[in-house]
Ligand binder design. Structure first.
Ligand code: SF4
Length: 369
C-alpha cells in the first residue's frame, strides 16, 4: 500500500519499473508481445501522459499494481486492491483491420506505439542475432518473426502504404523505423534510405531512423536527403564491461566510435535531432549514465534513458528491472541537465525521445521547467 500519494513522475516511474497486472484484458486494446523496441507492453494514459507499461513480463505478474476494466466502461488503476485513479488504455488502431493486396495484415508491417507513433522494424533479422551467444541479451527481434506476427523484410512500398493508412485512419503524428543490422558496412542506413524515400513520397509524416553508426559518415546526409528527420543510434549501455557482457556483438562498435558518429550526425540533422537509447538497470551505475549523458548533451544528442524491461523469452527474462528510486536518481538530474541545455523532448521532430512513452524522463523535464 502507498503511504503517500505519488506525484505524476513518481507514479509513471513505478509503473514503468514494476509493470501492471491486467485483471481482465480486452480484445479492443492495443498491446504487444515480443519484437524489437517496447515488447510485452500496453499503452496507457496516466494523467494525460502516454506510458508503455509492461504487462506481460514476469515482474508485471508480481506487481502490486493492477488495472481493471469496469462494467461502467472506466478503467481503474489499483495498488494492492486499493483504487488509485482512473486511467486510459489505447484502443487498437483502425489500420490494423487492413491488409495488403497480397494478404499481409498491416499490423505485421508496422504497429502503433503509444497513441500516435507508427513503429516498424524494417529488417527483422540481424547479424548480431545470428549467434545467440553474441546477440544483445535483451533483444526479442527474432521472437515475433518466429511467432509469425511480423514479416522479415518490409518493402518500401509496404511501409508507404501502411504509413499513409495510419495517418489517414488513426492520425499518427510521427514514425519510428528501426532495423536489425545487416552485414554491409552501412549497418542498416541503406534500407532506411529506401524506406524513407517511399514513405515521404506517399505521406507527409516526420520520420526517425534508427541504426548502428554507419561505417561511412556520408550516409548521414543521404539519410537526411531521403526524408529522415531525426536519427537514433542506440548505445543501450555505457560502460565497456557492461556492453561487452550484455551485447558482445554490438559492443564491437565502441562508445568512442559512437561519440564520433554522434558529432557527424548532429552536423547534418541539427542539435537535438539525434538521440540515443540507454537502458538503465543492466549494470551501469547512475553516475556512469549521467557522466556520459553530460557528454552527449554537450554534443547536442538527446540521451533517452529508459528502465530496462526484462522481456519474456530472452536470456534476460529473469533479470530484475531497476526500481523507481534507481531510475529517479538518474532521471531527476538528467531532466535538470536537459532543461539547462534547452534540449527538450518536445522539440524533437520524431521518434522515441519525442514519444517518450518508454520512460518518465519527459515528466522530469516538465517538472523542472
Ligand atoms: S519511446 Fe520509442 S520505443 Fe517507446 S513507445 Fe515511443 S516510439 Fe516506441
Amino acid at each position: 500500500m502507498q503511504n503517500a500519494p505519488l506525484n505524476r513522475q513518481q507514479l509513471i516511474t513505478e509503473l514503468l519499473t514494476q509493470g501492471v497486472q491486467v485483471i481482465n484484458p480486452q480484445q479492443q486494446h492495443a498491446s504487444r508481445h515480443g519484437g524489437a523496441g517496447p515488447s510485452d507492453h500496453q499503452a496507457m494514459n496516466i494523467d494525460g501522459v502516454t506510458v508503455m507499461v509492461p504487462v506481460y513480463t514476469h515482474s508485471a505478474h508480481r506487481s502490486p499494481w493492477q488495472v481493471k476494466h469496469e462494467e461502467s466502461g472506466t478503467t481503474r488503476l489499483y495498488n494492492q486492491s486499493i483504487p488509485v485513479r482512473e486511467i486510459g488504455v489505447t484502443r487498437k488502431p483502425r489500420f490494423y483491420e487492413r491488409q495488403t493486396a497480397e494478404g499481409i495484415p498491416y499490423s505485421q508491417i508496422a504497429t502503433l506505439h503509444g497513441t500516435d507513433v507508427l513503429a516498424t522494424t524494417v529488417l527483422q533479422t540481424c547479424i548480431r542475432y545470428e549467434n545467440r551467444a553474441k546477440a544483445c541479451q535483451f533483444c526479442a527481434i527474432g521472437q515475433s518473426l518466429a511467432a509469425g506476427s511480423t514479416i522479415a523484410r518490409k518493402t518500401p512500398q509496404q511501409l508507404a502504404e501502411v504509413a499513409k493508412a495510419a495517418v489517414e485512419l488513426d492520425g499518427v503524428k510521427h514514425m519510428v523505423m528501426t532495423t536489425g543490422t545487416p552485414s554491409g558496412s552501412d549497418r542498416g542506413a541503406r534500407i532506411l534510405v529506401e524506406s524513407a524515400e517511399a514513405i515521404k513520397a506517399a505521406v507527409n509524416l516526420p520520420l526517425q531512423g534508427q541504426c548502428e553508426p554507419p561505417g561511412d559518415p556520408r550516409w548521414f546526409q543521404r539519410l537526411k536527403d531521403a526524408g529522415i528527420d531525426t536519427l537514433g543510434m542506440h548505445l543501450e549501455a555505457v560502460t565497456p564491461e557492461v556492453r561487452a557482457r550484455i551485447m558482445p556483438g554490438k559492443a564491437q562498435v565502441s562508445v568512442e566510435q559512437y561519440l564520433i558518429a554522434f558529432a557527424d550526425a548532429v552536423a547534418v540533422f541539427g542539435r537535438g535531432q539525434v538521440s540515443t537509447y540507454i537502458l538503465a538497470g543492466l549494470g551501469d551505475t547512475p553516475q556512469a549514465i549521467l557522466t556520459l549523458s553530460e557528454k552527449l548533451i554537450a554534443l547536442g544528442v538527446y540521451p533517452f534513458v529508459v528502465p530496462f524491461v526484462p522481456i519474456s523469452g530472452t536470456p534476460l527474462e529473469h533479470h530484475a528491472a531497476p526500481d523507481s528510486a534507481f531510475m529517479t536518481s538518474i532521471l531527476q538530474p538528467l531532466g535538470q541537465m536537459l532543461n539547462q541545455a534547452n534540449l527538450r523532448s518536445r522539440d524533437i521532430k520524431a521518434g522515441c525521445g519525442r514519444c517518450g512513452a518508454c520512460s518518465s524522463l519527459s515528466s522530469f523535464e516538465q517538472a523542472m521547467a
